[in-house]
Ligand binder design. Structure first.
Ligand code: F3S
Length: 755
């Protein structure tokens, strides 16, 4: 048994009382999201009524999942928390680092060679601290979580934005940065702004070519990539209950594409059946017993506009398949209008590659429906025109679909089965193309289709659709093909039509697997040694940051005054730098290289006060630090927006930046700076941003009396010796001031654990 039965049992035992209490507190019927959120308040919350979209709330999630790219820094930090074991059940999944090139076996061998050091590190840390480890090739984090760990009414966080996939099994599952995962694994509360609620009422029933994927493709078209921001999207209605559990997961998965905090479906018969098919009868029995608590109160569906902040209604019986793209997942084209859109917008009509699978769409249902089309291609003597690639989501799905002859249907039409991993979905795709400068089209059953996402080629037009539609389009090799109305000419010159896809919601002979790829941690990991070579360029053990020395900051050098937008990508770029996610010193060489220098409008070219020359940002920060001095950064509005990546806060701390002073912060980045011991301040008067000059030095006064709600005074000394006094606000509470004094939140945790 991989899941923690006692934990889930205790969640279910407490849930009725907690839900009843929340209903009383709020004085109204409860949505499912509210039931789960209010039954996961952390111990320090007193059960107040929280305002949606306004109040920050401390939660106690039930579990944590991490993928291999983000787990490296999360675990390096966790090792400094002074804990011998994780406080909640946690898992690591090796899925992002495997490149899809020629096929599963060869690619996996190559990945083991290339990433051996990282895998060994992740495995040994997992073993030591009681974390479940899913080996390379075991599958994609979200599919594995759905098959093994997700449970209705639970709450989890994961260091990947598609963690939200687990909403398909009725869980509040949220994607976070590594620092948040460290907090929860170390037993701290996890803070989130109480989300807004968007209700999506589904009526009718899917049929024919329409699939669950088309529901979210339509919703993405309605809400756009920003429409779900700060909200939980809750699906309800008889149409929702009619969808398969894995279909619900597909819909929740792509909630990330509309910016939603998460998405969720209520517990129902299909979820119960899925739990039973995946070896979790005990959970299904418990959940069946408290079913009303795992669904919204009945009054909600009767009067949804009263209880949701926004309401959308979709009739599944009338739903048409959609194709979304290119370059953005919210550009939704109904299939019947797509051919026209291809011609009008001059999208490359020839389809070069169709790709199915990924964490979004690699269920048994998805693959069996797609295989029914592959079989027709062979039976009807059709030559498949495009390349066709399959990435199964887990070894259990791969093994079962191989056993049931599904994978061979794909291979029979020339399909290549890649590893059970992210592969092309995350750009880990060695695409074979003779001319990358040619405008070209691909279609996937994945979730994201931003430029360069899949093959790194800006000329590739990526479209997103259901696996069955991707398969049909790959057979035709033509983006204007509509399988619902059009015919194809087969190898005998005969006109043939594809029948509607057919498949199985769950394997008729059950799931099976020989080696799922799971390694359980040792019961007592205290003897496990975690080896990290000092010579490694990919991994580096973290030394705790220094405590605050009790003095005001004096004479900090301006490093850069960033102009305009400065996101976490500007502060810590991704792309080739992904390789160094586990090596703080090496990845710090990308610090702020994307930010625009206010004084010359250039990126990565700033005045170095030590050499008195214009140099790169990381090199300048290192030069200042080497002289025993420190620096500060100035930024504009919404500084640090984008991702919750903790590297954007750790790198400045590592390179000697003591203060980041901005017009305003993106909140998650501000919290990350606080956690890493960098002083995050805002101009009390935003016009003071203009007072900062290129060769300024700054003193920060009042740190010895650092108090919540009391601004700090900054004295800026300009090159000519003149001075300006600036009032800087801060949003530190008492605990956060303790983080600052300890040098970082982790230092404080370690201190507390040592007591
Ligand atoms: Fe992996 Fe793509 Fe999902 S990167 S986790 S398969 S979104």
């Amino acid at each position: 048994m991989l899941f923690d039965f006692n934990l889930i049992k205790s969640v279910y035992e407490q849930m009725p009382e907690k839900v009843n209490k929340a209903r009383k507190t709020l004085g109204k019927p409860l949505t499912l999201s509210e039931k789960i959120l209010y039954s996961h308040l952390s111990a320090e919350e007193k059960g107040d009524k929280f305002k949606r979209a306004e109040d920050y709330v401390n939660f106690a999630p039930d579990r944590v999942a991490m993928q291999d790219a983000t787990a490296q820094m999360a675990l390096l930090q966790f090792m400094n928390a002074g804990k011998s074991k994780v406080a909640v059940p946690s898992t690591v999944h090796c899925d992002h680092l495997i490149q899809a090139s020629v096929g599963a076996d060869e690619d996996l061998k190559e990945a083991l060679l290339q990433n051996n050091e990282v895998y060994n590190f992740l495995q040994s840390v997992s073993d030591k601290y009681g974390i479940g480890f899913w080996k390379p090739g075991a599958g994609i984090i979200h599919q594995v979580v759905l098959e093994n760990y997700a449970f209705p009414g639970g709450m989890m966080i994961g260091t990947d934005s598609h963690t939200v996939n687990a909403g398909g099994l009725g869980m509040v599952a949220i994607g976070v940065g590594g620092a948040d995962a460290v907090d929860v694994m170390a037993g701290m509360a996890w803070e989130l702004k109480m989300p807004k609620l968007i209700g999506v009422k589904l009526t009718g029933k899917l049929s024919g070519w329409a699939s669950s994927k088309d529901v979210i493709l339509k919703v993405a078209g309605i809400l756009t990539v920003k429409g779900g921001t700060g909200a939980i999207v809750e699906y309800f209605g008889e149409g929702a209950d009619a969808l398969s559990c894995t279909g619900k997961a597909t819909i929740c998965n792509m909630g990330a594409e509309i910016g939603a905090t998460t998405s969720i479906f209520a517990y129902d018969k299909n979820m119960s059946t899925y739990l039973r098919h995946t070896g979790r009868e005990q959970i299904a029995d418990l959940a069946d017993d408290i079913m009303p608590h795992l669904r919204a109160d009945e009054e909600i569906a009767l009067n949804p506009e009263k209880y949701y902040d926004e309401l959308i209604e979709i009739n599944l019986s009338e739903l048409e398949p959609f194709i979304n793209g290119p370059f953005t997942p919210d550009l939704a084209h109904p299939l019947s209008e797509f051919a026209k859109a291809v011609k009008t917008n001059d999208y490359p009509q020839e389809l070069e590659v169709g790709l199915i699978g990924s964490c979004t769409n690699s269920s048994y249902e998805d693959l069996s429906r797609a295989a029914s089309l592959a079989k027709q291609a062979r039976d009807k003597n059709l030559k498949v025109k495009a390349e066709f690639i399959v990435t199964p989501g887990s070894e259990m799905v791969r093994y079962t679909t191989e056993r049931d002859g599904i994978l061979s249907e794909f291979e029979n039409i020339g399909g290549v089965i890649m590893s059970n991993a992210c592969g092309p979905c995350i750009g880990q795709w060695n695409r074979h193309t003779e001319d990358p400068t040619r405008k070209n089209s691909i279609i996937t059953s994945f979730n994201r289709n931003f430029a360069k996402r899949n093959d790194g080629n800006p000329n590739t037009h990526g479209f997103v659709a259901s696996p069955e539609l991707v398969t049909a389009m790959a057979i035709a090799g033509d983006l204007t093909f509509n399988p619902m109305t059009d015919t194809l000419i087969n190898e005998d010159g005969v006109e043939v039509k594809l029948d509607e896809p057919k498949g199985y919601e769950l394997p008729p002979h059950g799931f099976d697997v020989v080696d799922a790829g799971y390694l359980a941690p040792q019961a007592d990991g205290s003897g496990v040694k975690v080896e990290v070579s000092k010579m490694s360029d990919r991994l580096q053990l973290l030394a705790p940051f220094k405590e605050w020395d009790g003095e005001d900051y004096l004479g900090l050098n301006l490093l850069i005054k960033a102009k305009g937008k400065c996101t976490t990508d500007h502060i810590s770029m991704a792309g080739p730098w992904l390789r160094f996610r586990g090596h703080l010193d090496n990845i710090s060489n990308n610090m702020l290289i994307g930010a625009i220098n206010y004084f010359n409008d250039e990126s990565n070219l700033i005045f170095n006060p030590i050499s008195e020359k214009y140099e790169e940002v990381p090199a300048t920060a290192r030069a200042i630090k080497a002289k025993g001095q420190a620096s500060f950064v100035v930024g504009d509005e919404n500084y640090g927006e984008g991702s919750s990546r903790e590297h954007a806060a750790m790198e400045p701390r590592h390179l000697g930046i003591k203060v980041v002073l901005v017009r305003s912060f993106a909140r998650i980045h501000e919290t990350n700076l606080k956690k890493q011991g960098v002083l995050g301040l805002t101009f009390a008067d935003k016009a003071d941003y203009d007072k900062i000059q290129e060769k300024d030095k700054v003193d920060v006064n009042g740190l010895t009396n650092f108090t919540p709600g009391v601004p700090l005074e900054l004295v800026v000394t300009h090159e000519d010796g003149s001075k300006d006094s600036i009032v800087a606000n801060h949003s530190y509470n008492k605990v956060q001031i303790d983080w600052f004094k300890a040098g970082s939140a982790l230092n404080l945790i370690r201190k507390q654990n040592a007591k």
